[in-house]
Design a binder for this molecule. Sequence first.
Ligand code: SF4
Length: 330
Amino acid sequence: MDRFNRFRISIEDYYSTHKRDLPWRKEVPVPYEVWLSEIILQQTRVAQGTPYYHKIVAAFPTIEALANAEEDKLLALWTGLGYYNRARNLQKGAKQIVVDYHGQLPKQYDELLKIKGIGPYTAAAIASICFQEKIGVVDGNVYRVLSRYFGIHTPTNSSKGQKEFQTLANECIKETKHPDQYNQGIMEFGALHCTPKKPNCMYCPLSDSCHAFNNGSVGALPVKLKKGKRTKEIVHFGVVQNAQKMALRKRGTDSIWAGLYEFPQLNEAPDHGQLLAEPVLHKLSHKDLHCSFWAVSEAEISGDYSFYTKEEAQELGMPIIIADFVTKRL
Ligand code: SF4
């Protein structure tokens, strides 16, 4: 038996005994639920993402319901998950599916790639889990497991690496009868066993044939190219309260928080404003925001804004730093 098949069979065996019981893992998976779970779980752990999954499925049980949802309502349910473009693209994708595919996700990988917000990873996950297509998934867990087991040092965030790992993933899945089991198995194995910091090599079903384990390079893999330096930004929010209501503005379409509500921003710390809390550090993927909240009068803010009660504000999509402030401080 070649290395690919040997690896694949071990992964499928692992999955059959260690598979976690998750709400979207059903005897007959529902493509919409698998899609939604995959989008939520990008950049989010299962424990954090699952409550969001339940809330969103309850509010929008079908692709059509999601397509027709008010964007504010979807973003409010998404608050705290971050990466709000994922939610917006999810809805754009749902609209496209209603118009072009009669409200049903297409069954083929190539067709799935045409949907807004569905990239190679999500298309491979849906096509294999729901429709048994043999396309290897490649996510952070898969990079780690493949790079260690096969001893690959090509950086995972280079285009050469992405091609190389995709080819390898497809090679591993090629001869399976259970593409759903293999793909979910390798992700599960990476999430639970071959973890980033403390992989359980001592009790690993793959250790005999694992390249990294047998060459002392587990800690060095996977290789990632260093990204540019993080930047720092100081943000001053002006909190205007008027008759139990607060002023909020909706952000335009040209920022990472597009379409979300926030307090109007001030150009600088106000001379007479009162600081409402210690400045808060908010980490984005590429920069650190140092945010201060100032009690100011209406004369000190500008631009478009409207007044909302606390209850109304909590129904809007807001960056988590604003949502937390509204909930805990106002
Ligand atoms: S031996 Fe260690 S590095 Fe290799 S697959 Fe198993 S857990 Fe991962």
